[in-house]
Design a protein around this ligand. Structure first.
Ligand code: GSH
Length: 254
């Protein structure tokens, strides 16, 4: 569980569920989908990443990485989207979103999604689509470097700072990780509707936004028939509409 002690103390007075999130953020999508599946009431604090609304003293005082999402529940600050959805399922157990017969296996899918975010998903999304839309001004760049203490994130963002750009031909390692991950997902979905079998779980919720964002960036999912069948099924869920489409109708057009 990723709980942080905020330096921005104002959030500690918040009661109920408050989500700091971005419409276009795949990590925020998984939290919104979980809240929708459980029909929980929550207060939205939307941050427009394209306007760099996450780069502020106030927000870094809540989430020390300056990333969305952040959940504040009765004044306690939770970061890391895969930990947040696990926390929500443990705290609000109905309807149950954990695998009945293989909880460890389900949590492995959450860990895998978290582990490929910076090495594979972010570089692919930035190189194919987002780096121009998320270009920082010199002023924003200076503010970001002042606030950001996480070296991995600093190094990631320095690759598209100023005149720098991610090049699609530098994505070899990221593409390898994505291919391995999607081969694994394709195999897991063989002969079953959801990642853990007949039951829709947090594993699906963790991976659906990855699929949604990457297909919007042109990732070739047509080579994965089981993943494509799974995508047709999850698109029918009300929580996909409420957690994803209501905030980001089409990632290829953001
Ligand atoms: N490991 C974090 C990653 C969060 C993350 O990278 N969020 C992105 C949007 S999906 C973000 O805030 N990007 C802004 C930035 O990188 O400055 C989580 O799962 O919550």
């Amino acid at each position: 569980m990723a709980i942080v002690e905020p330096s921005n103390k104002s959030v500690q007075t918040l009661q109920g569920l408050h989500l700091y999130h971005g419409g276009i953020s795949n990590c925020s999508m998984r939290v919104r989908m979980t809240l929708a599946e459980k029909d929980l009431k929550w207060t939205s604090h939307h941050l427009d990443l394209k306007k760099k609304e996450n780069i502020s003293d106030d927000y870094f005082g809540i989430n020390p990485n300056g990333l969305v999402p952040t959940l504040v529940h009765d004044g306690v600050v939770h970061i890391e989207s895969n930990d947040i959805i696990d926390y929500l399922d443990q705290t609000f157990p109905e309807p149950k979103l954990r695998s009945s017969d293989n909880e460890t296996g389900m949590l492995e899918w959450l860990k895998l999604a978290a582990s490929i975010h910076v090495p594979a998903i972010k570089p692919y999304v930035y190189a194919t689509m987002m780096q121009k839309k998320l270009k920082k001004t010199a002023e924003e760049e200076a503010k970001y470097n002042e606030l950001q203490k996480n070296e991995e994130l600093k190094s990631f963002h320095s690759k598209h700072a100023g005149n720098n750009e991610f090049k699609t031909d530098e994505l070899t390692e990221s593409l390898k990780i994505l291919e391995e991950s999607f081969n694994k997902l394709e195999n897991a979905l063989e002969g079953q509707n959801w990642i853990m079998g007949a039951q829709y779980t947090l594993a699906d919720i963790s991976w659906i936004p990855i699929h949604f964002v990457l297909i919007g960036c042109g990732y070739p999912f047509e080579n994965y028939p089981n993943i494509s069948r799974w995508a047709n099924a999850f698109r029918e869920r009300d929580s996909f509409k409420k957690g994803v489409l209501d905030w980001c109708a089409d990632f290829s057009k953001v």
